[in-house]
Design a protein around this ligand. Structure first.
Ligand code: ACO
Length: 462
């Protein structure tokens, strides 16, 4: 039975079956993560050999726990899981997270089928098996056994790979991408990507949804969920190559399927396919922090002609246009350039460009109704001034309420070294996506354009 996953992410009571005093065991780590969460709920360790674990009273089995249990985490060897799942059904537990591995991912389909039969025609919902669980950063609950505390924000992440999911937490923190929830779906016995897309589509804490998938169990449901979703959905689909497809089968027991069909179906449903998780974070950063581009006409500002051309090529290759400047914008920018240079798009502010040139050119493009998005680039060209480049953008973001005033996205690009890096962090911390690559910048602007198109479609359908 499908249903809202609100209680799953915000339970009033959680039990850990296989909780252990041994700090090297996964059942210990899972219990501790729940215990140290900044989240109020009842916690029940379950282990037939213990009276107390981490200061909490321990129960011998699920049935012994007084009252109802919203979520049970299972961390015992695979062969014990069917019996415990049956006990959970009997106890009318609402949700079960099966951390244990040793099912279809190692070719044991019969054990996984046994679990399927146990939950058939019941109301219980199951996450996993072979999952890390989830971290609900919006509410401060860590119902996983893994390290890593995500920065709170508005990107929901769904990963079929637990380890990659953990890596994504650290990557997100590094990139200043805030996370609402991150969840490992493992073998997807029951709770599937489509259930989670449906939930995150109405989750007020989530603005962007990102998925790493290896296989899809119900293609139609997956596509329908993306189509019905009111938010951008970014999809990294692994197993493009024949060898990659073989690897997915032994990792999560998934059939990779035809890659071309996946690409076409994701696009048709309105999702955005990303080549890898770095691209997913690039795009998530842009979509979470910037307004969408309501058209594909992009203005480029640079202090290095070469970087401007690279950005132009990358934008054109990604379906974006770099139109000629209107007479009004030409005039505004012409005023601030040295006499020998005439403004074009890309606008070359010349290598020594400082605060005033960057600020004036960026304003002119944002004010131009023929421009839908702006890319501001800087090369640390010896005597160029990166501090003035980032300072101009920061000032516009902080003082001029950039997004409310212009409703246009602004992305930045940089080429340089250490001295520039600290300034890059300042921009990221202020929510301005900045990339060390013209291609990555153009791909992210492409995502903002696709989001603009999705919103227009949504409006037309209403
Ligand atoms: N009810 C409750 N507790 C029980 C029961 C029972 N019926 N039977 C045994 N236990 C206790 C055990 O006594 C033990 O506690 P103890 O340490 O006090 O003795 C505890 O449950 C755990 O049982 P063990 O047999 O010690 O199992 P262990 O912890 O070594 O392994 C585990 C269990 C972690 C589930 C393992 O089988 C497994 O699947 N590991 C892989 C998990 C994984 O990686 N999942 C994918 C995540 S995604 C990612 O890759 C990040």
């Amino acid at each position: 039975m499908k249903g809202n996953l609100d209680t799953f992410f915000k339970p009033k009571s959680i039990a850990v079956v296989g909780a252990s005093k041994n700090p090297t065991k996964i059942g210990h780590a899972a219990l501790k993560n729940i215990l140290i969460s900044d989240y109020e709920c009842k916690i029940y360790p379950i282990n037939p050999h213990e009276k107390e674990i981490l200061g909490l009273r321990c129960y011998t089995k699920v049935a012994e726990v007084p009252g109802s249990i919203d979520v049970v985490l299972i961390s015992v060897p695979a062969k014990l899981v069917p019996q415990i799942l049956s006990e959970c059904v009997k106890k009318q537990v609402k949700y079960v997270i099966i951390i244990s591995s040793g099912f279809s991912e190692i070719g044991d389909h019969s054990l996984e089928n046994e679990l399927r039969q146990i939950i058939n025609n019941t109301h219980i919902r199951v996450l996993g098996p072979n999952t890390m669980g989830y971290k609900n950063a919006s509410d401060g609950l860590d119902a996983s056994f893994v390290f890593g505390v995500p920065r709170k924000g508005n990107v929901a992440l769904i990963s079929q790979s637990g380890a990659l999911g953990i890596g994504m937490i650290y990557l997100a923190n590094n990139e200043f991408v805030g996370v609402s929830k991150i969840i490992g779906v493992g073998n997807k016995l029951d709770i599937d990507d489509d259930d989670l897309i449906d939930y995150f589509s109405t989750d007020p804490e989530t603005k962007v949804i990102g998925l790493y998938i290896e296989g899809i169990k119900d293609g139609r449901a997956f596509m329908n969920s993306i189509k019905a979703c009111h938010k951008p959905v970014l999809v990294v689909k692994a197993g493009r190559s024949a060898a990659g497809a073989r690897a997915t089968a032994s990792h999560t027991g998934s059939m990779a399927g035809s890659d071309k069909i996946y690409s076409a179906a994701i696009k048709q449903a309105g999702g955005i396919r990303c080549r890898d998780v770095v691209e997913l974070f690039d795009m998530a950063q842009a979509l979470a922090g910037q307004p969408p581009a309501m058209g594909n006409r992009i203005g480029i500002i640079t202090n290095g002609g070469g970087l401007g051309i690279l950005l132009t090529d990358a934008c054109e290759a990604n379906g974006l246009q770099i139109p000629k400047l209107s007479a009004k914008t030409f005039k505004k920018i012409d005023k601030i350039l040295p006499d020998l240079i005439k403004p074009n798009n890309p606008i070359d502010l010349v290598a020594d460009a400082g605060f005033e040139r960057y600020e004036a050119a960026t304003s002119a493009l944002l004010e131009d109704p023929n421009i839908d998005g702006v890319i501001v680039a800087s090369v640390h060209g010896g005597y160029a001034r990166p501090r003035e480049f980032t300072g101009a953008i920061l000032k516009m973001v902080r003082q001029r309420k950039l997004h409310e005033t212009y409703k246009k996205p602004l992305l930045a690009t940089w080429v340089g070294g250490r001295e520039f890096e600290d300034l890059v962090w300042d921009l990221k911390a202020a929510g301005v996506p900045i990339y060390p690559s013209s291609w990555r910048t153009a791909r992210s602007m492409h995502a903002l354009y696709l989001e603009g198109e999705r919103l227009k479609r949504e409006e037309n359908e209403d």
